[in-house]
Design a protein around this ligand. Sequence first.
Ligand code: NDP
Ligand code: OXD
Length: 309
Amino acid sequence: MRISFCCTDTKAQPWLDALNASFPGADVQAWAPGAPAADYAVVWAPPQQFLDEQTRLKGIFNIGAGVDALLKLRLPPGVPVVRLDDAGMSVQMAEYVCHAVIRHFREFDGYDADASLGKWSYRKTRLRRDFPVGIMGLGVLGERVGRALAQFEFPVMGWSRSAKSIPGVQCFSGETGFSGFLAASRFLVCLLPLTPDTENIMRHDTLAQLQPGGYVINVARGNHLVDEDLLALLDSGHLAGATLDVFRTEPLPASHPFWRHPKITVTPHTSARTLRAESIEQIAGKIRALEAGAPIASLAGRIDPHKGY
Ligand code: NDP
Ligand code: OXD
């Protein structure tokens, strides 16, 4: 069995060592142009040439949850694409989003500013019911975030393509449910995959439907958000702030206004990192299952190319 590793912006050696340890006797290689075709590919944003050279792949394993970069490429026909299915990401995402929601709700930014002046002063208490949180995307990550926020007793709303039932989360679905979902939300958390249907979904006319004093948390992809529309709504006062982890261009260019905006917190695409040990364990388990004859349909995390996620 040959496994080819082709991951942009990722140090290959630790992954190769771990894959070799999982499959003693297999031929595990970092891809270089012209390398022999592999049975399985472990990828992150590979070049088109890598895919064009693969003539016998049985599976493509993406070492992230989002497959938007991969699905832009011409994939070998009929080869299943499998994403990471949690693999330690959902708890990180829950931490990140709960932290951002609580920091804004409890005005910890303001307390930090006061503390830097040596000032001991209280802010008015706020009511959770005035800060309902809407989560776009109720998949592996969105559902975990919703359950975590519900533990803190925030009113939590969720929106997905198909109808769902999640304890502690008021669920909306489909295009018909979207306006009601936005109008019921003050915080808006984006955990959608990037597809033609979801690109630019956070724009002036949608963000304007959030409750006054709205707060945007984008942890999905930069292309979900129209940057200028966010800035305009922050400057008009309709939105109170934003925490942004993902951007149209990454790294976020030094000249981008998000870096210096007083109401925007920027983090460098770090809300839920790929954890190597958990990811290899998951991928290796799926390769073993396929080699043992398991039907591809039985693998969790399989991408539906028609849906784009
Ligand atoms: P999933 O595929 O498990 O869930 C996607 C959710 O979005 C589903 O609930 C789906 O609905 C919903 N959805 C998709 N299209 C639409 C639509 N047109 N209208 C309404 N709802 C829609 O993805 P994950 O939860 O694992 O991950 C979400 C995204 O988070 C990833 O695609 C990736 O881009 C991003 N991400 C970011 C990270 C970071 O560090 N910033 C780390 C990991 C992921 P339904 O359930 O009905 O299909
Ligand atoms: C992912 C990511 O999709 O890191 O996993 O953004």
